[in-house]
Design a protein around this ligand. Structure first.
Ligand code: IPM
Ligand code: MN
Length: 366
């Protein structure tokens, strides 16, 4: 029997309670599909930092590399100045494990209320492939004349061709393989007639960011030549925001840099029913990868058993997919689809179920 070694980082705030439901569903899926989850828990997060003053132990990265995957709840603490835990734990894990893809599926399930009036599940079904190691996130920059009226702050947007190319290539490969029941998603009638199967949109800002997104655009169309079956499309990030709300059906896959990817995936999450349903994976193909819901730690709801664990359960589903347990992953997704039909809302306090009841519901539907 296959045994998967999973490093679990419950983290702060609501992290532990949503992770608990994710593990519950994973255990049930394992029983049903004949594999085992061997999990080990790591206490990285704000509480540990406040107690010990340490963000990550020196051995953390090497220790985590021994696992098949990492399952993370959320990192962040109201008593710690913003940026310390993010940079010292979450981003450090993404960078040091070189998790260069942040994959964020945007999918509206049936019966899930969306603020987009008239939009149906068939309209909202795409993936955002967010680059995860570069951009404004590298922390490169400086203050000059700090604290004086002449102060200048610089924060550099940095990308290497290698970083861009591996991300863009991953995105084309993903879209080439993505069927989603409809290989013509996002394509106009005319594009369909040309025989494209799948569409990848580069989200950039070539009219202003004339270095970084110039590089992205050149690399994008170079790699596109290797994928003639995928329709390669470009859209400025501001226009992407319009379309994500107005006509999300035009998207199949969106590939973009780290900063734009961060912003547009929060907007995307709202269109798919809220932060309570949006999963994500920090991926390096073939290496240990880390799976976490898009939402944060929501400290005001912590320990109350009221938040929606669906995002974390779908995150577990992405992790199983990544590990090659496609059947179990598909089963979890079906169970989630059946479960959300029984929930009143995806929003905290309005679900008609507690956090643990939602987990139980998904297990029953497996
Ligand atoms: C996310 C989060 C992080 C990010 C923060 C917590 C550093 O917003 O995963 O989207 O900006 O990447
Ligand atoms: Mn974010």
């Amino acid at each position: 029997m296959k045994i998967y070694k999973i490093a679990v980082i419950p983290g702060d705030g609501i992290g532990p309670e949503v992770v608990r439901e994710g593990l519950k569903v994973l255990a049930a899926a394992a029983r049903k599909h004949n594999f085992k989850i061997a999990s080990a828990s790591f206490d990285f997060g704000g509480a540990r930092y406040l107690k010990t003053g340490e963000l990550l132990p020196a051995s953390a990265i090497d220790d985590l590399k021994k696992f098949d995957a990492i399952f993370l709840g959320g990192i962040g603490h109201p008593d710690v100045k913003p940026g310390i835990l993010e940079r010292g734990i979450l981003l450090k894990l993404r960078f040091d494990l070189d998790l260069y893809i942040n994959l964020r599926p945007v999918k509206l399930y049936e019966n899930v209320p969306t603020p987009l009036r008239d939009k149906k599940p068939e309209d909202i079904d795409y993936v955002v492939i967010r680059e995860n190691t570069g951009d404004l996130y590298t922390g490169a920059g400086e203050f000059r004349h700090k604290g004086t009226p002449d102060e200048v702050a610089v924060q550099s947007m940095i990308y290497s061709r290698r970083q861009v190319e591996r991300c863009v290539r991953y995105a084309f490969e993903l879209i080439r393989q993505r069927h989603g029941g409809n290989p013509w998603r996002g394509l106009s009638e005319e594009e369909r007639k040309k025989g494209y199967r799948g569409k990848l949109t580069l989200c950039g800002k070539t009219n202003v960011l004339t270095y970084v997104y110039d590089l992205w655009e050149r690399v994008f169309y170079e790699v596109a030549k290797e994928y003639p079956q995928v329709f390669a499309d470009y859209c400025h990030v501001d226009a992407i925001c319009i379309y994500m709300v107005e006509s999300p059906q035009r998207f199949d896959g969106i590939v973009t840099g780290n900063m734009f990817g961060d912003i547009i995936t929060d907007l995307a999450a709202v269109t798919q029913g809220g932060m309570g349903v949006a999963p994500s994976g920090n991926i390096h193909p073939g290496k240990v990868s880390m799976f976490e819901p898009v939402h944060g730690t929501a400290p005001s709801f912590a320990g109350k058993n009221v938040v929606n664990p669906v995002a974390t359960i779908l995150t577990a589903q992405m992790m199983l997919n990544h590990l090659g347990e496609e059947e179990a992953a598909a089963n979890i997704e079906s169970a989630v689809k059946a479960s959300v039909k029984k929930m009143k809302s995806m929003l905290v306090g309005q679900m008609g179920h507690s956090t643990s009841e939602v987990g139980d519901l998904v297990v029953q539907n497996l």
